[in-house]
Design a protein around this ligand. Structure first.
Ligand code: GUN
Length: 307
């Protein structure tokens, strides 16, 4: 018996909460704006950008779309980023990735002001997530955390296995689970005995990018199984890293693809944009709560001895 986690329903709840807060801020004269920049005409990126624009409309944000030609130079893109950095109407800036090959993602991301970096890709924000002192949520991992919370599963003390070590998903995912006091293992392409490690997990997050590689023998009976994959099967049909049909009766909770993690990523992007506006207007100072209270500790303890 398993329960299917409905990402669309959970994301609708998150967006509803954001919409209500946005309406209250509007009453105080605060308008929220997200700028989305797309370079070139990658079809998948165009769909993502359209969905982001739609989500902005749903929650009551202004969205500013900048569609630049594939031949845009690095300087031209940097000029736009700098213009958006200086624009008071813009609370969040998102440059859709991947960029055309002649543009360096790193250079562009590093030039977005950290306080407008609603993807949480800037090294300053990545570092803040690492030390558990952050405003911006890494969108996909934060969406996964919401989905886990929706099952009522306690993370503290649980065996959590993350498969995948990307900077955008695997590494921040592990950090968020760790901040909630999970016992976290990160697996990757060189991991020996993946099946054995994965099947120890009470909470398994698959972010590998290989269609249906996680079958029932990789999961523990009753585990929470979260599938971050967006792959195509042998017939070109959208699927995840987890073989859903094969695993759904063994898992305690499982996300489908599509309709699981995907809708959550955009909801968390909206959350970050709201956060950026609140911080800018002095309505919020700092940091997501951690399971372990570090406030009482000395700086030395926090940095070096946190157990
Ligand atoms: N391309 C695919 N997903 C994302 C995302 O979350 N942020 C950005 N900037 N580009 C993406």
């Amino acid at each position: 018996m398993s329960n299917i986690i409905d990402g669309k329903a959970v994301s609708a709840q998150v967006k509803q909460r954001i919409k209500e807060e946005t309406a209250k801020l509007k009453e105080q004269g605060i308008d929220i704006g997200l700028a989305v920049v797309i370079v070139g005409d990658d079809p998948a990126s165009k769909v993502y950008v359209r969905n982001k624009k739609k989500a902005c409309e749903e929650v009551g944000f202004n969205s500013y779309e900048y569609a630049l030609p594939a031949e845009t130079t690095e300087q031209e893109l940097l000029d736009l980023v700098n213009k958006l950095n200086a624009d008071d109407k813009v609370n969040g800036i998102l440059v859709q990735l991947p960029l055309p090959k002649h543009l360096d993602d790193k250079v562009i991301i590093n030039n977005i002001l950290p306080e407008k970096d609603v993807d949480a890709f800037h090294p300053v924000n990545v570092g803040k997530i690492m030390i558990g002192d952050y405003n911006f949520l890494p969108c996909t991992p934060a969406g996964v955390m919401e989905l886990i919370a929706s099952t009522g599963t306690e993370i503290q003390g649980k065996e959590c296995v993350v498969i995948g070590r990307s900077n955008i998903v695997g590494k921040p995912m592990a950090m968020l689970l760790l901040h909630k006091s999970g016992t976290v293992t990160i697996c990757h392409s060189k991991t020996k005995n993946l099946k054995e490690v994965a099947s120890r997990a009470d909470i398994l997050v698959a972010a590998v990018g290989k269609p249906k590689i996680i079958t029932a023998d990789y999961i523990k009976e009753g585990a929470v199984v979260i599938d971050v994959g967006m792959d195509r099967d042998e017939n070109g049909k959208l699927c995840g890293d987890v073989d859903f049909e094969n695993c759904k009766d063994k898992a305690g909770f499982i996300t489908p693809v599509p309709g699981g993690v995907g809708p959550m990523t955009i909801a968390m992007l909206m959350q970050n944009t709201l956060t950026a506006a609140k911080v800018k207007n002095g309505l919020m100072d700092n940091t997501v709560e951690q399971e372990v209270d570090t406030k009482e500790r000395t700086v030395f303890n926090k940095l070096f001895l946190h157990t």
